[in-house]
Design a protein around this ligand. Structure first.
Ligand code: ADP
Ligand code: MG
Length: 493
């Protein structure tokens, strides 16, 4: 833990000053130039307003293997940019630099980058032309996400106060409050929260963390570790690689409260599951609180080992139901009030009617309205809302289903639709199947395991492989890329 303090202080030669590009690094310059071109193209494609609202906040963190890592200042902008521009950024990047296959978006400051000065991670997003952006970067620095410390989870945006309670979430809310008041009480350990995307699971977890880490808490603040299951896995694998699993285990077992978010991502990862299980037992046995979230109940999480499932279900299991119109209205009102912005009730009602799937998207739409209103100094009206959200609402009006994707893709490649879920491995059917999986990942909000299930119960790793294979091929074969783009446009229109 102690060496964390040294992370902010780069090991640089005594006589170098931070802004002096004393030894120009050709690799660094090359990546800076690529990044500048990618940004330029993006700006030309999306237009100035869209670019200034969202994209100019991107900062390149570095290249990590085949992945470009880009930071954004908040979770909201990160999510927005990821869901709206990830594909474009990725494609533009690949066109410039073949070796980069993925783009990862992170929240600035959410990772520690070993060997890079803190300022390089936390530097304000450059608004200037990209040429000014990069000399300070050491772009090839390894993004050592495996070695970050366990961040104390304290985020003032996600508290019980800012959580709007209604019928669909009142039970989960009450359970979360109970755990925040008396952690590790019998019957509430572990607390297992589940529900669809964007219904408030992470918000509730962070609210518990907020209370328990409060310096003014009676009995003193507790140490809380919050991690997504993906991060847990990543850290565990990194620890295995660097032969530091003991440290990792000790670190995990020294906390008072362990929170693992989105457990569904641990499915199928046997060794990681095993480790999670042991940590879990060790913590519960020593009277520590565990909070876990997932998209399904323990009994519906397929691919989970039985003993893990049993363990998970033996505390309190609480679900977050889909929102009601009433709850959505009340969330919108509360958020507008908090932001100090006047949004006419008609506009809220319109949004609450249109965007029913999840609160994150609802919030995103409202934020976009507010951003536009600020940008142009205009009041928010029903007309402006319809105009500003035109493209967004269109996509809500018409959500593509996996079945439809399978049908279109089969038609296009002239294969039988049943081959989408058959075991046949001939290229003539396997490739279209991969394309359909790729499109399912791009155009729907289904998780990899869900997509796998729709394709004849295939494993999520098969879907993952399909996605990266198709991405790769699109970079190599222009005709193939055009085909896939055509299918995408057909499905989207
Ligand atoms: P999940 O983890 O279930 O996918 P999140 O907790 O990340 O969802 O919620 C998505 C967004 O919606 C967050 O910004 C969160 O603050 C907001 N949100 C969800 N439910 C509520 C609620 N009941 N009241 C206020 N904000 C909410
Ligand atoms: Mg979440």
């Amino acid at each position: 833990m102690n060496n964390d303090q040294t992370l902010g202080e780069p090991n640089k030669p005594a006589n170098s000053t931070p802004n002096q590009a004393s030894s120009p690094d050709p690799a660094a310059e090359q990546i800076a130039a690529v990044w500048a071109r990618v940004r330029g193209r993006l700006q030309a494609e999306v237009g100035d307003v869209e670019y200034r609202t969202w994209l100019k906040h991107m900062t390149l963190v570095g290249i990590d293997g085949d992945e470009a890592v880009i930071a954004l200042p908040t979770r909201f902008t990160r999510d927005w940019v990821r869901s709206h521009y990830a594909d474009r950024v990725g494609a533009l990047w690949q066109a410039e630099q073949r070796s980069v296959r993925h783009v990862e978006f992170i929240v600035r400051g959410s990772v520690q980058i070993v060997g890079l000065a803190e300022t390089q991670v936390a530097a304000p997003a450059p608004a200037e032309p990209a040429s000014a952006v990069s000399p300070r970067f050491a772009p090839l620095a390894v993004v050592a996400r495996g070695e970050e410390r366990l961040e104390p989870a304290r985020d003032p945006r996600f508290t019980f106060d800012s959580f709007v309670v209604g019928k669909p979430n009142e039970f989960a809310y009450a359970c979360a409050r109970r755990v925040a008041e008396s952690p590790a009480s019998p019957g509430f350990n572990p607390l297992f929260l589940y529900g669809g995307v964007g219904l408030g699971k992470t918000h509730l977890m962070l609210s518990i963390a907020w209370e328990l880490t409060d310096p003014a808490r009676p009995g003193g603040p507790l140490s809380v570790t919050y991690m997504s299951a993906e991060r847990f896995m990543y850290r565990f694998i990194a620890a295995l690689r660097s032969k530091s699993t003991m440290e990792f285990k000790e670190e995990l077992r020294s906390v008072d409260v362990l929170m693992i978010d989105d457990l569904q991502f641990l499915i199928g990862k046997d060794t990681t599951q095993e480790e999670f299980f042991h940590t879990f037992n060790a913590l519960v046995d020593s009277g520590k609180q565990i909070v876990v979230s997932a998209d399904k109940s323990p009994s519906d999480l397929s691919g989970l080992e039985d003993r893990v499932r049993t363990r998970l279900g033996c505390g309190m299991v609480a679900d977050l139901h889909a929102t009601t119109l009433e709850l959505r209205m009340s969330i919108l009102e509360t958020k507008a009030n908090r932001a100090g912005v006047h949004v006419p009730p008609k506009v809220n009602e319109f949004l609450a009617h249109k965007i029913t799937s999840n609160v994150r998207e609802l919030e995103g739409a409202q934020n976009r309205l507010i951003a536009h209103a600020n940008l142009f100094g205009r009041a928010i009206t029903l007309e402006s809302a319809q105009e500003v959200l035109h493209d967004l609402l269109k996509s809500f009006d018409r959500r593509v289903s996996i079945e439809e994707i399978q049908r279109r893709v089969s038609e296009h490649y002239n294969i039988r639709i049943t081959d989408m879920s058959s075991a046949r491995r001939a290229r003539a059917v396997a490739r279209p199947r991969q394309v359909a999986m790729y499109l399912a990942k791009q155009l729907t909000s289904r998780s990899l395991p869900e997509i796998g299930r729709k394709f004849g119960n295939r494993d999520h790793t098969t879907v993952m492989h399909a996605v990266s294979r198709v991405t790769e091929l699109m970079g190599l074969d222009a005709a193939f890329a055009e085909d896939v783009e055509l299918l995408r446009r057909m499905l989207e229109s």
